[in-house]
Design a protein around this ligand. Structure first.
Ligand code: URA
Length: 275
């Protein structure tokens, strides 16, 4: 290959990586020009994809209605599996067994890190590239900042806190989790909290804050004060704060994050009440 052409192709590849195209979804390239064109079917019948068939098989509405009660939704299946998990190991296995397009594109399941018995649980959004590669939450640059922030209030990952995320699998290209993905994995996260029984929870960023507190407000309105997270075993105080990745992009916001950390430390020490 000529050197000029090679450089051009490499530059195009670099640009794609910069734009977030960092996952090869198929082992072999797919020639979409050679693929058959599928026209939408205007017939008033419901289509159900049947494994092994090229085109979807068609079910008459009456047959579909009869079959529906037997088809458990992925969210219902997840809720059942999560409820059955009696230990963190069982929960991890249940998540690993749950079908999700995210599981197909990720490399490693990112379950948790730190000390489950510490009494403090940190909940982030979703694994990034480094977390996906190593199978541990918050090990990339934002994780390193998080460790420094926690160390500034005297808390270490190896002794004083436990970490997990809303999603256990990395969304391709680090995109924001969809509502469907959050809904699918929320029963596992709730079970995770029930099994760990933390005394305090720190919610890192808008996604965990909104999903767990069922809040409409954004993180800038939610942060800075304790909220109550209703759980089976009783309410747990939860403090939303800014995500470390946001702090890397907006260093001026570190002031607010610092105030949240001081509040966390003073609450843990019993100097102020959570709520
Ligand atoms: N951001 C998150 O929210 N979680 C991680 O594990 C890493 C980055």
């Amino acid at each position: 290959m000529q050197a000029g052409l090679r450089e051009e192709l490499l530059a195009a590849l670099r640009l794609q990586i910069d734009w977030g195209v960092d996952e090869a979804l198929e082992a072999a390239p797919l020639d979409r020009f050679a693929a058959p064109v599928v026209h939408p079917d205007p017939a008033p019948t419901a289509a159900i994809a049947t494994p092994g068939l090229q085109a979807p098989a068609l079910l008459a509405p009456a047959l579909l209605a009869a079959a529906l009660p037997a088809i458990a939704t992925p969210a219902a299946l997840a809720t059942g599996r999560a409820a059955e998990a009696g230990s963190l190991e069982a929960l991890r296995a249940a998540i690993a067994e749950t079908d999700s397009p995210l599981r197909d594109t990720a490399t490693n399941l990112v379950f948790a890190d730190g000390v489950a018995e510490s009494g403090l649980m940190l909940i982030g959004e979703a694994p990034g590239a480094d977390e996906d590669r190593l199978g541990r939450p918050f090990v990339g640059v934002s994780g390193q900042l998080l460790d420094r922030m926690m160390a500034s209030i005297g808390l270490e990952r190896s002794k004083n806190f436990y970490l997990t995320n809303i999603l256990p699998w990395r969304p391709p290209g680090n995109r924001t989790p969809t509502d469907g993905e959050i809904a699918l994995f929320l029963p596992f996260l709730l079970r995770h909290i029930t099994l760990v029984r933390p005394r305090h929870i720190l919610l890192l960023g808008g996604t965990p804050a909104k999903s767990l507190l069922r809040a409409k407000d954004g993180i800038t309105r939610l942060r800075g004060r304790w909220h109550s997270l209703p759980m089976e075993q009783g309410a747990i105080p939860a403090l939303p704060t800014l995500h470390p990745a946001y702090l890397l992009r907006s260093p001026a916001a570190k002031r607010e994050a610092w105030a949240d950390l001081v509040l966390l430390r003073r609450t843990i020490d019993g100097e102020v009440a959570a709520g």
